[in-house]
Design a protein around this ligand. Structure first.
Ligand code: OSB
Ligand code: MG
Length: 382
């Protein structure tokens, strides 16, 4: 196969505008229902937001960190520290985004903090240029197919009922959370009710290699993939597990960077990658990982972190980029919040697609009065 031309990211030639005002705001939104995973059950969404203003234009970015380190080691607290003390000081007016990326690389890890600043800056640049964000990132498509992530439920029957609602909405694939003691029977119940459904399971790292015989039982149910069955920090053991499973392994927590994706591919640790732009350092890194996956013949898709309308819109625009070959975890706003802080809400069309919000930037309107009502911390940085 001829080598493909190097990935071009033209938006990296854009420059950071002068920032007239910078705010870090933490909002708290109640979830419509608790979101249960093998690691934790969240009942509220605490989202750290970064607001940038330049020449009368404002743009927001959302940090996907939780206040707790149960899914990921970064927290809203560490992100505030890294953003204020290390990243924002590097954002010099007139600096090219490619150069800013190189400066950010000196700060090790902290992908959630980096993505927050990158997302807000790109949103600001796109808004100022009068372009929708996806014009910088991807291809001109009008809508993206939507997947849904369903949290742990009390009983298999309750899970089947949640899946029935998702199928009625025409979601293009359904992800269910599993954990030890809440797996085979639950997958079997969904599969029995929906023999042809595009179904997958996410374990959030709950198993170990000793469970591989047990996990092999899931091979009977024709899952699209099993997401992060083993430890959040592991790649090697997944490569052993993948050889023992027919079901494709998808890595989420283990992939922090393009280099991690290359390691996973070289070891045969997965056949699919869940790319969370908000966790891997932002949109540029996410697109690089998607390209690496595509070049190796792997599928990739955009994950979610139960974002508010601000981060959800960014994930929607990202999915127009090359390499996002499967539906992402971008489900309807009503799954998460009765009232979001941005409008319009994400609503599926009749075929289970999410329309790309038109208009400059992310195309969503951030509602100041909602933000003021939900704010639990407000830091005027500059
Ligand atoms: O593992 O993909 C995950 C939500 C929070 C933390 C981790 C995960 C998730 C989801 C939900 O699965 C994705 C979404 O609907 O935004
Ligand atoms: Mg996951």
């Amino acid at each position: 196969m001829p080598a493909r031309p190097p990935l071009k990211l033209p938006f990296l030639d854009d420059v950071a505008p002068p920032l007239d005002r910078v705010d870090l705001v933490t909002v708290r939104l109640p979830f419509v229902a608790p979101f249960g995973t093998s690691v934790y059950t969240w009942t509220v969404k605490d989202a750290l937001l970064l607001r940038l203003a330049s020449g009368g234009v404002e743009a927001w970015g959302e940090c996907v960190a939780d206040p707790d380190p149960f899914y990921f080691h970064e927290t809203t607290g560490t992100a505030v520290h890294i953003i204020k003390d290390f990243l924002l000081p590097l954002v010099e007016p007139g600096i090219k985004l490619s150069e800013l990326g190189a400066r950010f690389a000196r700060v090790r890890g902290n992908g959630m903090a980096k993505a927050t600043v990158e997302n807000a800056l790109l949103n600001l640049i796109a808004t100022t240029r009068g372009l929708p964000l996806h014009a910088l990132l991807g291809r001109p498509v009008a809508r993206i197919p939507s997947g849904i992530s369903i949290g742990l439920k009390e009983t298999p029957a309750a899970l089947v009922s949640a899946v029935e609602s998702a199928v009625a909405k025409k979601y293009h694939r359904v992800k269910m959370k599993i954990k030890k003691g809440q797996d085979v029977e639950w997958v079997e119940a969904v599969r029995r009710r929906f023999p042809d459904l595009k179904l997958m399971a996410d374990a959030n790292g709950d198993y170990s290699l000793e469970d591989s015989r047990h996990l092999r039982r899931l091979d009977d149910f024709g899952l699209m993939m099993i997401e992060q069955p083993l430890s959040y920090s592991d790649i090697y053991q997944h490569s052993i597990l993948q050889k023992e499973l027919r079901t494709p392994v998808c890595l989420d927590e283990s992939i922090h960077s393009p280099a991690d994706a290359e390691t996973a591919i070289a070891l045969g640790a997965c056949r699919v990658i869940n790319i969370k732009q908000g966790r891997v350092g932002g949109l540029a890194e996410a697109i690089r990982i998607a390209r690496i996956a595509a070049d190796a013949g792997l599928d990739a898709w955009s994950g979610g972190m139960d974002e508010t309308g601000i981060g959800r819109a960014v994930n929607i625009h990202l999915q127009t980029a090359e390499g996002f070959s499967l539906p992402g975890d971008t489900s309807e706003t009503a799954n998460y919040f009765a009232e979001d802080i941005a409008e319009p809400p994400v609503v599926l069309d009749a075929d289970g697609f999410v329309p790309i919000p038109p208009g400059p930037g992310t195309g969503v309107r951030v509602l100041p009065e909602r933000i003021a009502r939900c704010a639990i911390a407000w830091d005027k940085v500059r």
